[in-house]
Unconditional design. Sequence first.
Length: 380
Amino acid sequence: MRTPKAPQNSSNGVTVCISLIIFTFAFLLNTYCPTAVVKTAVISAGLALPQATVQTFSQAARSVKSEPKAQEKSDMEISDSTEITKKSQETAKKGDRAPQDILEMAKKYKADFSAASHDGKILEKTYGVANATSTFGNITVRNTTPSHSINIESSLSGELVFSPEDISKPTVLIFHTHTTESYEMLDEGWFTNSYSTRSNDPDRNMVRVGTAICEELEKSGIGYIHDTDIHDAQYTGAYDRSREKIDKILQENPTIQIVLDVHRDAIHNSETTRTKPVTTINGRKAAQIMIITGCEDGKVKSFPSWEKNLTFALKLQQKAETMYPSLMRPILFSARKYNMDVVPCSVLLEVGSDSNTLEEAEYSGHLIGRAISEFVKENK
């Protein structure tokens, strides 16, 4: 059955035209006016449209108007994101990129020693399990004591003498018995005897590494004292001179509970071959670090807290290796004291060797500084 056509109303065309005119008028109004004004304008034009129709007109106008706003917001977000990225690059963690002054020093060194003789080669080595006598989890130890065996698991669960009341007060002491120890400037696989890896310049010697550690402590709100005195102007007697200074500092600052003597190693295989302990952390070369902890054994006397020092060394090694795998060489457990008897949480840190670059050592200073900071916060 065919549905009959509805009779055409001659006024429909007029109504449609009027509606289009009103819609255009409403759109222009809505660009600058709220919905209520649009509705009033439509009614005052002589055509009382149904509420749904008014809403449709208003919504359509709003959607057209909102498109450039959305685009504007998107551009602003991209701009903000770009600015944030730029700022984050400008204020990136100090220690996660090579300091500009070290890059300048390396550049000057390259110019000054461009014609220097290559007196030997520098080998790279990453120390680990193969160089240890004992392992447990991610902890490795090289035991060189004459008469002590070591059970890492048992010693790890030993007494940790660390209970700071307020870590914002001086909690960590950093010092350098061999302050003038320093590093190579270039990572080119060779050394020249005309360049000395000893320096009185605090920007180049062990003070620079200690400063990197302290910067990380400061970021974590941990109080510290950094003794930058040169104790090895004469090599003989350096430990006696540093001990005198340590005792004075500890007497004046009884809140100190961790004492770290920060050095660098020297691994000379022969007159023409040296080794640098190195690893890669987050895409950058880092000097491997060796903790030295001692004990009473043979001629080494008056070190009653050595087992507690060992526990501290193991826990610090565990934290550093958990945060930065391969950063640490095996702990050297040896019959030595090296002023580590001053407090139960005292060890000696060897940051790289004389064949590592200053950049590698400074970077490792930041890494171990972060590990020490986490250790303090977790055990306070």
